[in-house]
Design a protein around this ligand. Structure first.
Ligand code: URP
Ligand code: ZN
Ligand code: ZN
Length: 453
């Protein structure tokens, strides 16, 4: 690696776009500005006509996790490859807390798996079992650089749910030590009430998945978590918000940060009627175009702070045809298409490109304590950069998917894949071809910076 000067690109910052030159040295950005001197550079890369974004951070991935007797289709090696293809240079995944395991051991085990990642990696700590000894580990784990702890208000049958009273105890400790409470918010009681009559009546085709997990379940859990956040002073981050009802509930609380995903912005429950409808089964379910629209407006005006993917892919063979919705492994992939699909949409609608940098770079970096190292193109930040040619939107990209067995929910959408992806100064991908297979690094969190939402 050497000193590289990226000349004359349009740099998309969180606060606006500027025509700037970027000088990097090895892994770091040295200077960004209108008149960076070309002399000290070993090479000049002409970026005229190109857009340059900070490396995308996907704050919500599940690489290789067990679900309903199977495994999500990507491990850290394959998932990080497709991530980089789509401009994602940092992923934030989750630990898996096994029976009898300490939080610390769950982190060690997951970090070992994550060593195969080509992206840089950070982890959220899953808190899926309530025990005093686990609670007492939280302060040290925060000190050691993992600050976000994830709880579930559902998935009781999988042994992952914590009742609200227990979540309140976790929240109190997190509030004391500066941790963040992350929540999969769907109220389990509401889901049981909606799903049991359907199952008893044999209404178990994929289209009933949506009815089995209504938006009221999301809104109720968001309210409960909002109350816990108010009472304890913790900041709570609601993952994969899917509904207008959930959004409206979230807006009545001040300590909540909201995340959504492209599937909740662009796809509706009509997809469950398709021949491959089972492939769209994820929790929470896809909803109506009215929900899509409400969430998109909230992305545009900043009420939703982060767009992640909940990347949890399955291939066609992993979700057998004709099994009841409640047995379908839930989840879908998205890390490869996150940026290309969002970017094409924002360009086609002539919307503000900085929204992408805010929701997929700067905000997640700040919220999860990776800022200022990640999430921005600025002096001293890591040289994670995505260069795109805005003229290259295509609808004919599925055949370019790196892994041909891969199923995607977004195959019919316009997309704009990056021309070059740099991870800490290393050119990783150029027009879809890998230039390097250098592994990523585990990035510890510092203090999270609360953003103005
Ligand atoms: O259905 C989903 N979302 N699967 C992944 C696990 C989760 O709930 O995030
Ligand atoms: Zn979830
Ligand atoms: Zn998830």
């Amino acid at each position: 690696m050497s000193r590289l000067l990226f000349n004359n690109g349009r740099v998309v910052h969180a606060y606006g776009i500027r025509r700037e030159n970027i000088l990097i040295d090895g892994e770091k950005i040295v200077t960004v500005g209108e008149s960076v001197n070309a002399n000290p550079a070993d090479r000049i890369i002409d970026c005229t006509g190109k857009l340059i974004f900070p490396g995308i951070i996907d704050a919500h991935t599940h690489m290789g996790i067990p679900i309903k007797g199977g495994w999500s289709a990507d491990d850290f090696a394959s998932g990080s490859r497709v991530a980089l293809h789509g401009g994602v240079t940092t992923i934030i995944d989750f630990t898996i807390l096994e029976q009898g395991q300490s939080l610390r051991d769950s982190i060690v085990a997951r970090r070992q798996r994550a060593e195969r990642s080509l992206c840089d990696v950070h982890l959220h700590c899953n808190f899926t079992r309530y025990a005093d000894e686990l609670l007492s580990e939280i302060p040290e784990i925060i000190k050691d650089g993992i600050t976000s702890f994830k709880v579930f208000t559902t998935y009781k049958e999988a042994g992952m749910m914590l009742p609200y009273e227990e979540i309140r105890d976790v929240a109190r400790i997190l509030a004391n030590y500066g941790g963040l409470l992350m929540v999969h918010a769907e109220d389990n009681g509401s889901i049981e009430s909606a799903s049991q009559p359907l199952i008893r009546a044999g209404q178990t085709k994929p289209e009933y998945h949506g009815l089995s997990r209504p938006d009221t379940a999301e809104a109720k859990a968001v309210e409960q978590i909002g109350n816990i956040a108010d009472e304890t002073g913790v900041t709570a981050y609601i993952v994969h918000l899917s509904s207008k009802a959930g959004l409206e509930a979230g807006m009545t609380y001040k300590n909540l940060i909201l995340e959504t995903c492209p599937q909740y912005l662009f796809l509706t429950d009509a997809t469950y009627q398709r021949e491959d409808g089972r492939m769209f089964v994820a929790s929470p379910p896809l909803r109506s175009s009215r929900d899509n629209q409400a969430l998109f407006e909230a992305v545009l005006d900043g009420r939703i702070a982060v767009i992640g993917t909940d990347h949890c892919p399955f291939n066609l063979k992993d979700k057998p045809v004709n099994i009841p919705f409640q047995d379908i492994p839930n989840g879908m992939g998205g890390v490869e298409t996150l940026f290309p699909v969002m970017l094409a949409h924002i360009l086609e609608k002539d919307l503000d490109l900085s929204i992408l940098t805010r929701t997929m770079c700067t905000n997640p970096a700040k919220i999860f304590g990776l800022y200022p190292q990640k999430g921005q193109i600025a002096e001293d930040a890591d040289a994670d950069m995505v260069i795109v040619d805005p003229e290259k939107i295509t609808t004919n990209w599925v055949s370019d998917f790196l892994d041909s067995g891969r199923w995607t929910a977004f195959g019919e959408f316009p997309a704009l894949f990056p021309e070059k992806v740099y991870r800490r100064g290393q050119l990783m991908v150029e027009t879809g071809t890998f230039s390097s297979h250098a592994r990523g690094r585990f990035i510890k969190a510092g203090k999270h910076t609360l953003i103005n939402i």
